[in-house]
Structures are given as structure tokens and as C-alpha cells.
Design a protein around this ligand. Structure first.
Ligand SMILES: NC(=O)c1ccc[n+]([C@@H]2O[C@H](COP(=O)([O-])OP(=O)(O)OC[C@H]3O[C@@H](n4cnc5c(N)ncnc54)[C@H](O)[C@@H]3O)[C@@H](O)[C@H]2O)c1
Length: 538
């Protein structure tokens, strides 16, 4: 490892981690703020006070330029202030020195760490929380442009150093697209890491999370054939002894019988409580392996390595695990958060097109329920996304960010999280009535989203044209937008049986506009009227 540049918001640990990393690697540590203080003969706070931020930024840029031009034989670790990387030229120069690693922390953690400090000129305002939130929002784009993001909340400096070494050592960052998204759930917080080629680095990632010893990989023969050996090689390279458990492919095997077979293997191998279970595969494997992790020995650490788009953006994040019962899907399960999610967008290259489109239904859903600009981005870049260009990685990241935000606010679906079910009430009924297996879940959700937005228009909640916009995008993805003929009464009855229906009241997530939904009770009478007006599903 040669040069490394650390940056990040105040309080994220640049100096502590930078010093430790330099010591660990036998490199020289340079803190740009220290250099500026020396050059100016004033503390940072005094420079801000006496000469203003403009002057400080100018000196900062000239120090960055100087470092970029200098030659350091043995390599250096540089700590650059969180404001330095906002300037595009500074960022370019810093990246030229070495991989640019951005440290992050939750707002609560930043508040805690900066509480006692008087030397934080940008946080002298009264309402610190608001100021931090505003600055983080402004800086988000620049921080995301760094080569690697590392969340530091809940980790010791040496754990952060190990994590940086783990990822940089594996050269993943060389591809320039490793991102970290934190799911902020207090003691159960975890990171989603998105990076091309990350499947090779899971061993390093697990070590950075503090695991060692054994790891169990649960997968199916299809996914094992494609990615299993690479995952296992990376685990073994990092010193893990791997127990491989394969389950036959398909939704039919997401059941208690397969769970029981997995328990047998784990017990047979005396798999211990501190060892992690890794799910390698789509939503079926993730749900099943997560359920086993939640229940084996009353819970062992769980890691998600999703390989379908649906699993990347939906099932791997948020902690819903479970198996099917002969009476219905997902009737047995537990909320059980993973300890980490590792998404390798390159794995999508082998995914059948139909599965990719089905996963896209959930991506579109995030635009409708949360983020108008994101919806516009999907519309504009749909060819690039479906062609798995760089835009697809952004779509995965933004979807995960939105799901992480919603789950962080409502982990157990007491309120807000229900908006993730947009299109699902209709969708489940469509899946049910067309016979399970004939439609992919995402395909049924696509039709369901069209119906839900048509119902919004019918009830006067949304302007005419909303459903057409959603329908056009789904069609462009190649998703169905209309179900085969179903009697409206059968439809209504099926929706009344949905497990999310409470006390016979049908609650629908309805779109008021792109990016804005609300939850509303809809009576059977209103639904009958809706179907009458729109005509039978064709
Ligand atoms: N837990 C949650 O929050 C949540 C959310 C949504 C859906 N789900 C569940 O997810 C499941 C559906 O997941 P899914 O759509 O990923 O289906 P899946 O897991 O069955 O995967 C689809 C198919 O793709 C194959 N596959 C997986 N990765 C591949 C790759 N990279 N290349 C080639 N083939 C690959 C699989 O072997 C399978 O045949 C359902 O059981 C559903 O209930 C769970």
C-alpha cells in the first residue's frame, strides 16, 4: 500500500484513523489542517474568524496542490478536511495522490464526537444538528465521488483501519466505484457496501467486521456455479474455514423442510454462535438463510451477498427473513437484520433479462414513493440501466439509500415502512389469481403499481397522467402493466385476504404525485366503482 488520502466530515475520525493507519503501514502522516495552521501561524478557528472561509479554502487548495506535486518515496497518509474535497480540482488532485477514502458517521455520533471541541468553526451555530444535516446534504455528492466510503460509527479506530486495508489491499477500489450506505438502527446498524468485484473481498469485509474462524455459505447450485468459488476463495484467503450448504433452486424450496436440512448441516459441523452465515443468491436464498441465522442457536450473525437485482435493492436490506407455508407465502419469519450487505453489481451480468426487469419494478417503486428526481433519472437513463452501465450502479445505490432511510425510521413496519408496499396489495392479488409462478413478483408489482396509481387518479388524489407516466416507464423496462382477465369481485376478495389487511379494512398506498404517496383506506364499494369505471382487467 503506497499513499492513502482520508477525508470526511468533522468528527468522523480522519486524524485518529489516519495516524493509526500511517503507523500500521510505516508511512508518514500529513494532516492538511496542521500544515495550514503552521503556514498561517493561526489555529483553523482563528483563520476563519480573522480572514474568513474564502481565505482558508484558498490556502487549503494551495497545500493540496503542493502535496500533489511532491514526491514521497515511502508513501504517505494524508488527512484532508471534509470541505477540501468539495472543490472538484482538489478532489482530482487528491485522487492523484492515492485512493481517496471518505470516513462517515451518523449525525448522533458526529454530535457526540464534536461536543467538546471548540475548534470546529462551521459548527458554532446554535442548532448543531440542523447545521450538520444541512452541510452533509450539501456535501453528499462530493463524498460519494470518493473511491471508498467507510462508516465509522460503532467501530474502533483499529477496526476502521482493518476495513480500509481489507478493501484497498484487494484492489477493488481501483475500479473506482465502492460505496457505503449505512442502515442506521442504533446497536443493529450495518453497512451496505456496493462495489464491482466485491464478491472476491467478502473475507476481508468479514474480518473488518470483527469475525474470524468459520463461516457458512448458503447458496443454490446455479449461483454457486457462477460465484461460489470466488466467494469461498476470498473467505479462505482471509483465513476463514468455510462450510458450504446448497439448497435446490427456486421459491418452492423456501420452506421449513430446507431450513431444517440447513440446521442439520450446521449442527453436524458444530457451527458456533459467533460464526457468520452468508447468503449468496437472490431473495429466496436471502430470506431462507436469514431465517436460519435468526433461529439457529437463537441467532447467529448474518451477512447478505445478493446476486439478483431484486435482492440488491429490496430483500437484502431491512431484515425481513422467512419461509413460505403451504397456506401462503412468507407466513413464517422474523425481523432479523444482517450485520453487513455486500452488493456486487457485476453479478447482474449473468442474470436472465426477465429477472433484471422484475427487479427494476422495485427500483421504479422507490422513485414513485420517495424521490421524483430519481424517477426522472430512471426515465432518462433506462437504456443505460438495463444495459448495466454505470447508471445501473447509481440506481442500486439510490434504491438502497431510500430503503435504508425508510427502514431506519420504522424498522418493524409500524407506519412509514408500509409505503414500501406500493403496488403490492394489487400485486399480491394478481399473483394469487394468476396462479403462483406464472408471474415474477416484480411483474405482479409492476401491474399493481399501475392499478394503484389509476386508483389514486380515480379517487381524485392524483392528477390525470400520473398512471400513464408510471405505465410508460414500466413498459419501457419490458414489464407487464395489465393483468389477464380477472373478475373485479375475485380481485376484491383476494385483496381482502392479504395478510397486511387489518380488521377487514383495505389500506392502500396511493400515489399523489411522483415522489409522494399516502396510505388510505379504500372501501370495497370504492374499489367496485373503480373497476367499473376502468373496465375489467383485460
Ligand atoms: N425479505 C424481503 O424484504 C423481501 C423483499 C422482496 C422479496 N422477497 C422474497 O424474494 C424472493 C424473490 O427473490 P428473487 O427475485 O431474487 O428470486 P430468486 O432468489 O428465486 O432468484 C431468481 C433466479 O435467479 C437465479 N440467480 C440468482 N442470482 C443470479 C445471477 N447473478 N445470475 C444468474 N442467475 C441468478 C436464481 O438461482 C433463481 O433461479 C421471494 O421469495 C420473495 O418473497 C423478500
Amino acid at each position: 500500500m503506497k499513499n492513502i488520502v482520508l477525508t470526511g466530515f468533522m468528527g468522523t475520525g480522519k486524524t485518529t484513523v489516519g495516524r493509526l493507519l500511517a503507523m500500521d503501514q510505516g508511512l508518514k502522516f500529513i494532516d492538511i489542517d496542521d500544515v495550514i495552521e503552521k503556514e498561517e501561524g493561526l489555529s483553523i478557528a482563528e483563520i476563519f474568524e480573522a480572514k474568513g472561509e474564502g481565505h482558508f479554502r484558498a490556502v487549503e487548495s494551495s497545500v493540496v496542490k503542493g502535496l500533489a506535486q511532491a514526491r514521497f518515496g515511502n508513501g504517505i497518509v494524508v488527512s484532508a478536511g471534509g470541505g477540501a474535497v468539495l472543490n472538484d480540482e482538489n478532489r482530482r488532485l487528491l485522487k492523484g495522490i492515492g485512493p481517496l477514502v471518505c470516513l462517515s458517521a451518523t449525525i448522533d455520533e458526529i454530535l457526540k464526537r464534536t461536543e467538546a471541541s471548540l475548534q470546529r468553526p462551521l459548527l458554532s451555530k446554535k442548532d448543531k444538528r440542523e447545521a450538520i444535516e444541512r452541510l452533509l446534504n450539501q456535501r453528499q455528492g462530493a463524498y460519494r465521488d470518493c473511491d471508498l466510503m467507510v462508516q465509522t460509527t460503532g467501530k474502533t479506530p483499529s477496526m476502521v483501519v482493518d476495513e480500509i486495508k481489507g478493501f484497498l489491499g484487494k484492489d477493488t477500489v481501483g475500479k473506482g466505484d465502492m460505496r457505503t450506505i449505512n442502515v442506521s438502527l442504533g446497536a443493529r446498524s450495518y453497512d451496505i457496501k456496493v462495489g464491482r468485484g466485491i464478491i472476491d473481498c467478502i473475507g476481508a469485509g468479514l474480518k473488518a467486521l470483527g469475525f474470524s474462524g468459520n463461516a457458512a455459505v448458503i447458496t443454490n447450485p446455479v449461483v454457486y456455479g457462477l460465484y461460489g468459488e470466488r466467494l469461498v476463495k476470498g473467505l479462505e484467503g482471509a483465513g476463514f474455514k468455510t462450510l458450504l450448504i446448497t439448497v435446490p433452486d427456486g421459491e418452492d424450496h423456501k420452506n421449513l423442510k430446507e431450513a431444517s436440512n440447513i440446521y442439520d448441516s450446521l449442527i453436524g459441523q458444530r457451527f458456533e454462535r459467533g460464526f457468520p452465515i452468508i447468503a449468496l443468491g437472490g431473495g429466496v436464498i436471502g430470506d431462507l438463510a436469514g431465517f436460519v441465522a435468526a433461529t439457529y442457536l437463537r441467532g447467529v450473525p448474518f451477512i447478505q451477498v445478493p446476486t439478483t437485482l431484486l435482492a440488491d435493492v429490496d430483500s437484502s436490506v431491512g431484515g425481513k427473513t422467512g419461509v413460505n407455508h403451504e397456506k401462503g407465502k412468507n407466513l413464517i419469519g422474523a425481523f432479523y437484520q444482517p450485520r453487513g450487505v455486500f452488493i456486487d453489481p457485476d453479478a447482474l451480468s449473468t442474470l436472465p433479462k426477465r429477472e433484471l426487469s422484475a427487479g427494476m419494478a422495485e427500483v421504479v417503486k422507490y422513485g414513485v414513493i420517495w424521490d421524483k428526481a430519481f424517477f426522472g433519472f430512471i426515465e432518462e437513463k433506462i437504456t443505460e440501466i438495463m444495459g448495466l452501465k454505470q447508471e445501473a450502479i447509481h440506481a442500486i445505490e439510490r434504491s438502497c439509500e431510500i430503503k435504508a432511510l425508510i427502514v431506519a425510521k420504522d424498522e418493524y413496519e409500524a407506519g412509514l415502512r408500509a409505503i414500501l408496499n406500493f403496488g403490492h396489495t394489487f400485486g399480491h392479488a394478481i399473483e394469487n389469481l394468476s396462479g403462483y409462478g406464472s408471474l415474477r413478483h416484480g411483474e405482479a408489482v409492476a401491474i399493481g403499481m399501475v392499478y394503484a396509481s389509476e386508483l389514486s387518479e380515480h379517487l381524485g388524489l392524483a392528477k390525470t397522467g400520473l398512471s400513464k407516466r408510471i405505465k410508460d416507464l414500466l413498459s419501457a423496462i419490458g414489464l407487464p402493466t395489465e393483468s389477464k382477465a380477472i373478475e373485479p369481485q375475485a380481485f376484491i376478495q383476494s385483496m381482502q385476504l392479504d395478510k397486511k389487511v387489518q380488521r377487514q379494512k383495505m389500506r392502500f398506498v396511493l400515489a399523489e404525485d411522483i415522489g409522494k404517496v399516502s396510505i388510505r383506506e379504500v372501501s370495497p364499494h370504492e374499489l367496485t366503482d373503480f373497476f367499473k369505471k376502468r373496465g375489467r382487467p383485460r
